[in-house]
Ligand binder design. Structure first.
Ligand SMILES: [Zn+2]
Length: 380
């Protein structure tokens, strides 16, 4: 009996072990399956995921291109609209008028209101034009003889421009100048200065030659004796305006106010009227030229002495120009470096055979009539 029980228990245990082993194996298989399935799913997922990403990129690209196309189409529509609006505006911005206007400088009449458009005719200071429309774009539609075209409004005026008048300047006839020989004009701006200007005057006096000084009203009133000395040794004195403002930025009234102050100081200092003006920076737009009843004397040789403040550089700048005959050399009387250069430059130029003359002498001997409301850049 006992043996039967042991056998029964053993068989039962064996069966249990068998089932346990089987169950464990099943779980492992299942687990593997699950893992496999999971991996596969993950792979599938990844593949699936990548695909759509790729597709998405493509789709996005297509969409982008479509968007681009849409944007282009939209832009075209916007541009067309803008063009249409500009066109309408162009028509709208011209207000019909019927009035006489004058050219205030030499300027072109163009086919269209564009500086690149065909030139139909050229008018000069004082020419009378009929304005038929005025645009808010800075252009006017005008008739001139048989021409109908556009002209920049800034160059015409309803006010009759002043006539350019010849200016007669008395020159010192005692100074012997040979018109057949080369001559050059040294000019000095921005002074007088108590340190450097007397040095320049000493150099001129020592070499018995002259120059032209365009003095500032503000400095002239501070150092009247230096300005007086400039004239006393035979130099010419012009005005560089009262306050050295950029005249291009001023109204006619402001320009006239500045020059009025300069004229007062000038006459108080030298006892006679002003005859020559050099606008600061050489700037003289049509408003400046119309406002100033003087010849405006600029230059054609720039020493850039204000920039270098170096004697050798100043001399080099002058020597760069091979033939100085008829030229106007720009310098500034307020730097010691300029005075250094002048002390060397004057004997050099004299040795080279140049006569150092004033602006009025240079104009006279080069047969240039100095006129009011006119800017000059040398007399070559
Ligand atoms: Zn200046």
């Amino acid at each position: 009996m006992r043996e039967k029980v042991v056998i029964f228990v053993s068989i039962l245990l064996a069966i249990m072990v068998f089932f346990t082993v089987c169950a464990t194996t099943m779980i492992v298989i299942d687990k593997e399956k699950v893992v496999q399935t999971a991996t596969s799913t993950l792979n599938d997922y990844n593949t699936e995921k990548e695909k759509p990403i790729n597709e998405n990129i493509e789709t996005n690209n297509i969409k982008k291109n479509e968007n681009k196309k849409t944007t282009q189409t939209e832009n075209k529509i916007i541009n067309d609209k803008a063009k249409e609006e500009t066109k309408n505006k162009k028509e709208e911005i011209y207000k019909a008028v019927d009035e006489k206007v004058y050219a205030i400088t030499t300027v072109h009449i163009r086919e269209k209101d564009d500086t690149k458009s065909t030139i139909l005719a050229t008018v000069n200071l004082g020419d009378v034009l009929q304005r038929v429309a005025v645009g808010s774009n800075g252009w006017s539609k005008i008739k001139y003889n048989n021409v109908v075209g556009y002209i920049s409004t800034q160059y015409i005026s309803k006010e009759k421009p002043p006539e350019k008048e010849k200016v007669d300047i008395k020159i010192n006839t005692e100074r012997k100048i040979d018109p057949s020989k080369p001559m050059v004009a040294l000019t000095f701006d921005d002074g007088p200065n108590p340190n450097s200007t007397p040095r320049i005057l000493d150099a001129l006096e020592k070499n018995k030659c002259v120059a032209t000084f365009f003095d500032l009203g503000t400095c002239m009133s501070k150092y009247p004796d230096i300005t007086k000395r400039e004239e006393a040794i035979g130099c010419e004195v012009g005005s560089h305006t009262y306050g050295h403002k950029n005249l291009d930025n001023l109204s006619k009234e402001q320009i006239l106010e500045d020059i009025k102050n300069a004229e007062i100081v000038y006459k108080n200092t030298l006892g006679h009227d002003l005859t020559l003006v050099r606008p600061p920076y050489g700037n003289a737009n049509s408003t400046v030229k119309l406002a100033l009843n003087y010849p405006l004397i600029n230059w054609d040789v720039d020493t850039e002495d204000w920039k270098s403040k170096n004697k050798d550089s100043i001399i080099d700048q002058v020597n760069k120009t091979e033939n100085l005959d008829g030229r106007i050399i720009l310098m500034h009387s307020i730097y010691n470096s300029t005075a250094d250069a002048v002390e060397e430059l004057i004997p050099q130029l004299l040795n080279e055979g140049y006569q150092l003359v004033t602006i009025s002498e240079l104009a006279k001997y080069k047969n240039i009539e100095l006129k009011t409301h006119t800017a000059y850049w040398g007399f070559k």
